[in-house]
Design a protein around this ligand. Structure first.
Ligand code: MN3
Length: 202
C-alpha cells in the first residue's frame, strides 16, 4: 500500500498567532511533505526490496547504503515530518510537570535544555533537524542530524521532540533568522505534552 500524507492535527492557520503563518504550513505540509511521500512511493514501486516494508523498516534498511540514499532521504523526511506535525500545538510551549522534572534532572534546568536545543539547531550546517531524545542510558539528550536523518536511523535514542531547521520551515516567518525561529518554537509552539507522553511510553 502506498504511503500517504497524514492530515495536520490542526488547521493551517492554527499556529499563525504563535509565529508560524498559514502559508508556511500550507507549503510545508502540502508541498514539501507531499513531495517526499510522492518520491518515496515512486522508489517503492520500482524496488521490490522495499515493497511490504513499513516506513520504519525502510528507514533502517536504506540507512548508510549509498545506492539507496535518495530512498533514505525521502523515507526519513516522511517519518520526520509525521512527527514534526505532532510536535507542534496551538497550545504549545507549556512544559508539563513530569517532563520538566526530567529535564531539570538531566540538563540542570529548562533554560539549559533550551540553550542546548537551540545550539544544536543553529549549529546544524545547512538543512537538518534538532532532537530531544531519551538515550539508552535513560537520560535525555539533545542531538542533531543532517538532511533527512533522524535518531531512529542513527540509534541515538527514542525521539521525544524534533524541530525541522530546513529553511523552508522558517523562511517566510523569520527570513534568515533561524535562532529566532527555534526560540519561538520552543517557547510558543513545541508540543511538550507529546514529549511527555512519549517519555512515559518509553
Ligand atoms: Mn520540512
Amino acid at each position: 500500500m502506498a504511503f500517504e500524507l497524514p492530515a495536520l492535527p490542526y488547521s493551517t492557520s492554527a499556529l499563525a498567532e504563535r509565529g508560524m503563518q498559514q502559508e508556511t504550513l500550507e507549503l510545508h505540509h502540502g508541498k514539501h511533505h507531499q513531495a517526499y511521500v510522492t518520491a518515496l512511493n515512486g522508489f517503492v514501486e520500482k524496488n521490490p526490496d522495499l515493497q511490504g516494508k513499513t516506513l520504519e523498516e525502510i528507514v533502517y534498511f536504506s540507512y548508510n547504503k549509498p545506492d539507496l540514499a535518495p530512498v533514505f532521504n525521502n523515507a526519513g523526511q516522511h517519518w520526520n515530518h509525521i512527527l514534526f506535525w505532532e510536535n507542534m500545538s496551538p497550545k504549545g510551549g507549556a512544559i508539563p510537570a513530569k517532563l520538566e522534572q526530567k529535564i531539570t534532572s538531566d540538563f540542570g534546568g529548562v533554560s539549559q535544555f533550551k540553550d542546548a536545543f537551540k545550539a544544536a539547531g543553529i549549529s546544524q550546517f545547512g538543512s537538518g533537524w534538532a532532537w530531544l531524545v531519551l538515550g539508552a542510558d535513560g537520560k535525555l539528550k539533545v542531538t542533531k542530524t543532517p538532511n533527512g536523518g533522524n535518531p531512529l536511523a542513527t540509534g541515538e535514542g527514542k525521539v521525544l521532540l524534533g524541530i525541522d531547521v530546513w529553511e523552508h520551515s522558517y523562511y517566510l516567518d523569520f527570513r534568515n533568522r533561524r535562532p529566532d525561529y527555534i526560540t519561538n518554537w520552543l517557547d510558543k509552539i513545541a508540543n511538550y505534552e507529546y514529549a511527555e507522553a512519549a517519555l512515559a511510553a518509553a
